[in-house]
Design a protein around this ligand. Structure first.
Ligand SMILES: NC(=O)c1ccc[n+]([C@@H]2O[C@H](COP(=O)([O-])OP(=O)(O)OC[C@H]3O[C@@H](n4cnc5c(N)ncnc54)[C@H](OP(=O)(O)O)[C@@H]3O)[C@@H](O)[C@H]2O)c1
Length: 267
């Protein structure tokens, strides 16, 4: 990865920050992204302890202007783009029956359109470098889960988007990767969107069985190095990915049986 130019969307905190750190360790030049400039500055200062090759571009990737300016910033700064990691995402909580329809729009806009827009502007540059386009999905994107309908739908949409690009660009040499991430540790005060649209602060996950951010970011780098399509993380993710296409009714019954435990875990 030495000298490669990488953009990680939504990297001022959480998983994106972890991926940015590992890319820097591997010798890449990294552009961080987020909407809060102060947070970006703090993260940049922290990552500079690892490498000076870290810049940031503050914008909302769900706006076409923001997404285009982010890609242009990489090209103006380095003249090339090798890796785009679409990591921006927000989760949701609540059953469909209780949901304000606008919650679906907000989640789709963030998780799906927030990946579509940077991708459209990045493709011409990734083609030149035969680079990597990676989508950070979730094990909740393998099948619909209770209490997470907007989130599951948005992450599932990434799958078909990635599949279309893989075929369209099969001759251009671009690598397209999709990472199904399992429940992962979160930074303090991470917010989700509740069914009525109000923000809800998620519980810290220190006592629960959650993957570490560093485990996830190492798997993302491995996906890029091996130019794999799908990387599925966590035991539940791997089991679900295996069973779902073969025995969907069995998976549904298992989820109904464990839905109370499941709700507790995803708080
Ligand atoms: N944590 C988990 O358990 C888990 C499990 C499976 C999948 N994932 C996926 O992993 C990804 C990262 O999750 P996380 O837990 O690390 O989230 P997080 O801690 O909430 O971090 C989200 C990052 O994205 C930025 N961001 C959000 N919306 C943005 C936008 N529209 N434009 C630019 N930046 C934006 C945030 O900064 P600002 O708010 O300042 O913009 C922040 O840097 C998401 O796609 C998520 O769905 C997470």
């Amino acid at each position: 990865m030495i000298g490669k130019v990488a953009i990680v969307t939504g990297s001022s905190r959480g998983i994106g920050k972890g991926i940015a750190l590992d890319l820097l360790k591997a010798g890449a030049k990294v552009i961080l992204n987020g909407r809060n400039e102060e947070r970006l500055q703090t993260t940049q200062a922290l990552l500079k302890n690892t490498s000076d090759d870290v810049q940031y571009f503050c914008c909302d990737v769900t706006s076409p202007e923001g997404a285009k300016q982010l890609i242009d910033f990489a090209i103006q700064s380095h003249g090339r783009l090798d890796i785009l990691i679409n990591n921006v995402g927000v989760s949701s909580r609540g059953n469909v029956v209780d949901s304000d329809p606008e919650v679906f729009e907000r989640v789709m806009n963030s998780n799906f359109m927030g990946s579509v827009k940077p991708t459209i502007y990045a493709l011409e540059y990734l083609k030149k470098t035969k680079g990597s386009l990676v989508f950070i999905s979730s094990v909740a994107g393998i099948r619909g889960l209770p209490g997470l309908a907007p989130y599951c739908a948005s992450k599932m949409a990434l799958r078909s988007f990635a599949e279309s690009i893989r075929i369209e660009e099969s001759k251009s040499g671009i690598h397209v990767g999709l990472i199904y991430v399992g429940i992962t540790e979160i930074e303090h005060n991470k917010e989700s969107i509740s069914a009525d649209g109000s923000p809800v602060v998620l519980d810290d996950r220190s006592g629960k069985k959650a993957q570490s951010i560093s485990y996830v970011s190492k798997k993302v780098l491995k996906n890029i190095k091996r130019r794999k399509f799908i990387t599925t993380l966590s035991f539940v993710g791997v089991l679900n990915a295996f069973l779902q296409p073969r025995f969907p009714m069995l998976v549904e019954r298992l989820i109904i049986r464990s839905s109370k435990k499941f709700k507790e875990k995803s708080k």
